[in-house]
Design a protein around this ligand. Structure first.
Ligand SMILES: Cc1cc2nc3c(=O)[nH]c(=O)nc-3n(C[C@H](O)[C@H](O)[C@H](O)COP(=O)(O)OP(=O)(O)OC[C@H]3O[C@@H](n4cnc5c(N)ncnc54)[C@H](O)[C@@H]3O)c2cc1C
Length: 447
């Protein structure tokens, strides 16, 4: 890939001098389809403008069409009255082909669990703000979806943090106590232990469980709706059109030239919504922003989780802080989405070694086996059933897929202006609500 050639390189952009774990990359060209992709193949803008040259200039250039890029365009048009025809979105692949179209569907704020970790990294005041922000983001999504009647299968409900070991129950309790001591609001959190935790969650090995408001959605439909509403107001989306390089178009850094395979587009403002891929255009981030591969599964439930037995709450099922499973059950069709963390001590070394990767072209069958085995272990058929866990044709695994998460060492996203590159902004490694406990917080670029 051609290097970023802004001249001279702004020294304070170096966020760390550590060696990158992986060289920056554009999104891979043949990604697998997620279940969310499979169920939205008729989205009319999926391959918008895929053979047209890009315009020579625009006022706002958004790079990336995931939830960050789609919401940026929507907000500029609908909240800041920017004329749609002043905005161009570049997308390397199909619309919403990154993490926003391949996640686990949870809309799940961290209610307290991440507090201790954030406090250690950012201090108690910031940690309190991060957790408060998680709740606020969920409430805002809930309000937004209701106000605009967004058809994204949004299901506001509650979620359980299910502790599967005594050690993790202690970790959760310590986090909860630390959060309370620091003045955190826990009025919306319920706590259950022992038999009551097992009955409420239906998880046979639950040691303890915490419950608070959260939800689930069809993430691709949400981002596609935002794109549609923006395109209807004149925003131009160019799919299959990667931004390869961004250089200064003027000595004063007042305009930027972005090269693509279908021409160069200049713009005074660029918003990088490229998530795990941001460092291909901003190589200064390459040792700070790391792509992590994650895997999710769509399961068609058997009778234990169908009809009146459908789960109404979502769950995070945790053996430890890094070894966990996330589960939602869609209320519209009963499909269950099971996300799996890679930090599972039982996985082979070769599977673990795939974590740092830009490769979202295929799934890992060892992780599928683990996911299905763990599902049956954690959520066995309700007693007194002595039925062996066999499935009818059409039940159990329907699909498995991978996606790439943008991770930062301090577990907070990069959101805001890039001071050294006037007119350029970034929103990356964000909105992983409940997945790794981060929230959408504003962070100074060089802080
Ligand atoms: C398996 C998995 C499960 C997850 N589960 C959850 C969950 O349950 N709940 C939750 O809140 N979060 C979850 N996440 C995280 C969540 O999906 C992301 O935090 C969120 O989607 C990020 O949105 P984004 O728009 O910033 O990035 P993305 O959706 O990744 O969008 C970035 C876009 O930029 C495009 N792009 C990149 N580089 C270029 C370039 N140079 N030129 C043009 N286009 C480019 C990409 O193709 C992509 O479409 C999960 C992620 C994964 C992978």
């Amino acid at each position: 890939m051609a290097p970023h050639s802004t001249s001279p390189p702004p020294p304070s952009l170096s966020t760390t001098s550590a060696k990158p774990l992986i060289e920056p990359s554009l999104p891979q060209s043949e990604p697998c389809l997620s279940w969310w992709h499979q169920t939205t193949r008729a989205f009319p803008y999926l391959n918008a403008n895929n053979d047209k040259p890009v315009p020579s200039s625009t006022k706002y250039l958004i790079i990336g069409s995931g939830i960050s890029g789609a919401l940026t365009a929507y907000t500029l048009v609908h909240d800041y009255n920017v004329p749609g025809d002043e905005i161009v979105i570049l997308e390397a692949r199909e619309a919403v082909s990154g993490a926003s179209g391949r996640n686990a569907g949870h809309v799940r704020p961290d209610a307290f669990r991440g507090f201790q970790g954030y406090e250690a990294l950012h201090g108690a005041e910031q940690a309190l703000k991060i957790i408060a922000n998680e709740k606020l983001v969920f409430e805002k999504i809930d309000a937004f979806v209701k106000q605009h009647e967004v058809p994204c299968d949004f299901h506001p409900t509650t979620t359980f943090d299910v502790c599967l070991t005594e050690e993790f129950a202690k970790y959760e309790k310590d986090s909860f106590d630390a959060y309370v001591r620091a003045g955190g609001d826990v009025s919306h959190i319920k706590y259950f232990e022992g038999e009551e935790a097992r009955q409420r969650t239906r998880v046979s090995g639950a040691v303890a469980a915490y419950e608070w408001p959260a939800g689930s959605s069809h993430p691709a439909k949400l981002a596609q709706w935002l794109l549609s509403k923006s395109i209807n107001r004149g925003v131009q989306l160019y799919t299959h059109c990667p931004a390869i390089e961004t250089t200064s178009a003027t000595p004063q850094l007042s305009s930027w030239a972005t090269r693509t395979p279908r021409g160069t587009i200049t713009s005074p403002k660029i918003i990088h919504c490229t998530n795990a891929y941001a460092s291909i255009l901003l190589p200064q981030l390459s040792s700070f922003l790391t792509p992590n591969k994650a895997q999710a599964h769509a399961l068609i439930p058997d009778s234990a989780f169908s009809g009146a037995n459908t789960l109404s709450s979502t769950m995070s099922l945790r053996y430890s802080i890094r070894h966990f499973y996330s589960l939602i059950q869609r209320q519209s069709d009963g499909t269950m989405i099971l996300g799996v963390s890679r930090s599972n001590p039982e996985l082979s070394a070769s599977t673990k070694s795939e974590i740092v990767s830009f490769n979202d072209t295929a799934f890992n069958s060892e992780i599928v086996e683990d996911a299905l085995r763990q599902f049956d272990k954690m959520l066995p058929p309700p007693a007194p059933s002595s039925k062996p866990t066999t499935h009818r044709h059409g039940e159990s695994l329907a699909h498995a897929w991978t996606g790439i998460i943008g991770m930062t060492p301090d577990n907070t996203p990069l959101v805001g202006a890039i001071p050294e590159l006037p007119g350029q902004y970034i929103c990356a490694a964000s909105t992983a609500m409940g997945w790794r406990g981060s929230g959408l917080v504003r962070r100074g670029w060089s802080s």
